[in-house]
Design a protein around this ligand. Structure first.
Ligand code: FAD
Ligand code: NAD
Length: 443
């Protein structure tokens, strides 16, 4: 009899692990238990379904349960794993559709239970009209809510808050963005937050920063947000105040967490328990700039974790190369990409860090339609080692971040960047690429 792999959670990390393991070793029995009604979808597309740019939620699905079954992967939706007895290699599973609880066994286990919204304690937060956005069910609820809504308040100007502010404006809502810290995208340096603020305000979003949300007003249905700076009327409130990993099930079975509070893994996505792996937002990665474990809960990382775990379980020698912290998103016309450490983060690490922040263009100055583009480079004084950076652009020009990300993986310096042969033609770049202009200034 083939060995039995059970995967808990069927979105990015879990679906990748299951599909890869089965493909590499068809002898494996592969079973996926997913608590919700959906598997293998791109949550990253949810803001664009809300905006109406993508017509249906179903478009976000990469593989249906039926497609998995055809491949021989037994996917069970509405099945929640309640408990794992690691010693006996037995799981207790609740089938919510049938209302029954049963036991199953495993030889290998992948924990891909993801993350959930981290909500601030908020009087009035349990009322109707208050939402989070994490999964397809949340997307369905918000889509319905958008039909009658006129005024939205979004708590948190992080990734979700910024993407959804655009979506709500496209749907014709009045939008107020309420951020606890002093700028949008507060985890990055202030120049980028300043550009974002301008772009949001240009598109009619009210941006309140440095604001404490005290309560949600209403008589069962939300009517307004009470803050330290005044009252914001709202018939729809989105809580986008960050996330935390779903580690509780893993913890109770004896899986060790790392310093970030997510599951500690090695480069093969193994946990401290033999035969038990973790993948996706529930797991840590190794940060190649910081040289220590780091929590980077992103979709591309989750897919790579899952693929690595699946390959290793199938008997291949796969390794996950770690992360440098690269991310990209857009708010209206402005694309913001970051990688590595901001200046603030680098200095908090005790590094002698410096930065340059320059404005260039995404094409030759004489080329019709070329637009401004900004580059930030963070580097170590003395050695010139690159530590991080940002590229902000109107469109695809922000993908220049990938050059910087590749350099960070290699521990490269400003000198290395200056020596690169980068692409040039007037529609795409000035003759000196903006990354090179920034590196020259820093050098
Ligand atoms: P999850 O997606 O959280 O899936 C975990 C699954 O496990 C859940 O479906 C849950 O029901 C299930 N589960 C949990 N416990 C149990 C249990 N006990 N039994 C059975 N099932 C269980 N990332 C990017 O890189 N780029 C983007 O542009 C981007 N945009 C995003 C936009 C939005 C609105 C959101 C919400 C996220 C976005 N992300 C983006 C992040 C990305 O979606 C996540 O990193 C990714 O979904 C993580 O996948 P995962 O499988 O680890 O976890
Ligand atoms: P986030 O951590 O990006 O942002 C949360 C924001 O809420 C922060 O700016 C924080 O200061 C603020 N905040 C916290 N408590 C607050 C309070 N009480 N009142 C007002 N503001 C408060 O988290 P998110 O936006 O919820 O997104 C969750 C995750 O989804 C991200 O960590 C990311 O992994 C993923 N995501 C990624 C992308 C992308 O890569 N394009 C897009 C969307 C989501």
């Amino acid at each position: 009899m083939g060995k039995r792999l059970v995967v808990i959670g069927g979105v990015a990390g879990g679906a990748s692990a299951a599909a890869k393991a089965k493909r590499e070793n068809p002898e494996l029995e592969v079973v996926v238990y997913e608590k919700s009604g959906w598997v293998s979808y791109g949550a990253c597309g949810l803001p664009y379904v809300l905006s109406g740019e993508i017509p249906q939620l179903e478009k976000l699905v990469a593989r249906t349960p039926e497609a998995f079954w055809k491949q021989g992967v037994r996917v069970h939706t509405h099945h929640e794993v309640l408990e794992v007895d690691y010693g006996r290699r037995v799981l207790t599973v609740r089938d919510h559709a049938e209302g029954r609880t049963f036991q199953d066994r495993f030889d290998h286990l992948v924990i891909a239970t993801g993350a959930r919204p981290a909500l601030p304690p908020l009087p009035g937060g349990e009322q109707e009209g208050v939402y989070t956005l994490r999964n397809m069910e949340d997307g369905q609820r918000l889509l319905r809510a958008l039909e009658g809504a006129r005024r939205a308040a979004i708590l948190g100007a992080g990734y979700i808050g910024l993407e959804v502010a655009e979506a709500f404006r496209r749907r014709g809502l009045e939008v107020t963005l309420l951020e606890l810290k002093d700028r949008p995208l507060p985890h990055w340096d202030p120049e980028v937050g300043g550009l974002l603020r301008q772009e949001l305000e240009r598109h009619g979003v009210e941006v309140w920063t440095g604001v404490r949300v005290e309560a949600l007003r209403g008589l069962g249905r939300v009517e307004a947000v009470e803050t330290s700076e005044g009252v914001v009327p709202a018939d729809l409130v989105l809580l986008a105040t960050g996330i935390r990993p779903n580690v509780e099930l893993a913890q109770t079975m004896g899986v060790a967490l790392g310093p970030t509070g997510a599951i500690a893994t090695d480069e093969r996505m193994r946990t401290n328990l033999e035969g038990v792996y973790a993948a996706g937002d529930v797991a840590e990665s190794f940060h190649q700039v910081l040289k220590r474990p780091f929590w980077l809960p992103l979709g591309d990382v989750a897919n790579k974790h899952g693929r690595t775990a699946g390959s290793v379980i199938a008997g291949k020698d796969a390794r996950f190369q770690g992360v440098v912290g690269t991310a990209i998103f857009k708010a209206f016309d402005l694309a913001v990409a970051t990688t590595g450490l901001s200046l603030e983060a680098a200095r908090k690490e005790g590094l002698a860090a410096q930065k340059v922040f320059i404005q260039a263009r995404d094409g030759a100055h004489y080329y019709p339609g070329s637009r401004p583009l900004w580059v930030e480079l963070v580097y170590e004084e003395g050695t010139g080692r690159l530590l991080g950076g940002a590229v902000v652009a109107y469109g695809q020009g922000a993908l220049r971040i990938d050059t910087l990300a590749a350099l960070l993986h290699r521990g490269s310096t400003l000198e290395d960047l200056l020596g690169l042969d980068l692409a040039y033609a007037p529609p795409f770049s000035p003759v000196w690429d903006p990354l090179l202009i920034a590196a020259q200034q820093a050098h």
